[in-house]
Design a protein around this ligand. Structure first.
Ligand code: CDP
Ligand code: ZN
Length: 172
């Protein structure tokens, strides 16, 4: 058995990236873009087994990582038919449930979305509202911000969107 130090504070970090769909494919499948559980109307979607929400996926891994729990890909393998098109809200609720089962709660999470589009500032409040209500925590505990990649590499060329999350959890 792995010894788990019973610290009252634990920190976690998570990362995720998803590829934007090609325009042709987008028209064929009409897959939508979800960020923090918010539907970004009219924006091209991403390739994913689930709904491909990079915000919720990176935050899920941060929450799990804070307690050294198995990561999102272990809990929800992308080759399972039963979880195809699963909502990332369901995934993060399950992960946060595991954290709460161990006696911890979220102190705060800071999330950075890196993408050329959409402009995150336009959706920031909506996303913070959405994530905090999914986790049932106060809005002041969640921060979300956007950053471009200044046109550099795959994210800068609008081929993908990525997110980094850091969270602090407490047992007190
Ligand atoms: O100014 P700097 O080069 O540091 O950053 P940037 O990537 O050009 O982004 C400038 C500002 O735009 C960010 O600080 C965010 O407030 C906002 N932004 C956003 O809301 N959504 C994005 N997808 C990218 C940037
Ligand atoms: Zn993902």
């Amino acid at each position: 058995m792995i010894f788990m130090a019973m610290d009252s504070l634990r920190i976690g970090s998570g990362y995720d990236i998803h590829k934007f769909l090609e325009i042709m494919l987008f028209e064929n499948t009409a897959k939508k873009l979800y960020l923090g559980g918010v539907l970004i109307e009219g924006h091209i979607g991403v390739a994913a087994h689930s709904d491909g929400d990079v915000v919720l996926h990176s935050l899920t891994d941060a929450l799990l990582g804070a307690l050294s729990l198995p990561d999102i890909g272990v809990l929800y393998p992308d080759n399972l038919k039963s979880t195809k098109e699963i909502s990332s809200i369901e995934i993060i609720k399950y992960a946060y449930g595991l954290v709460k089962e161990k006696g911890y709660r979220l102190v705060n999470a800071d999330i950075t979305i890196i993408t050329q589009t959409p402009k995150i500032s336009a959706y920031k409040e909506q996303m913070i509202n959405s994530v905090s209500s999914v986790l049932n925590v106060d809005m002041s505990r969640i921060n979300i911000k956007g950053k471009t990649k200044e046109g550099l590499d795959s994210v800068g060329k609008q081929k993908a969107i990525e997110a980094f999350s850091v969270c602090l959890i407490s047992s007190e």
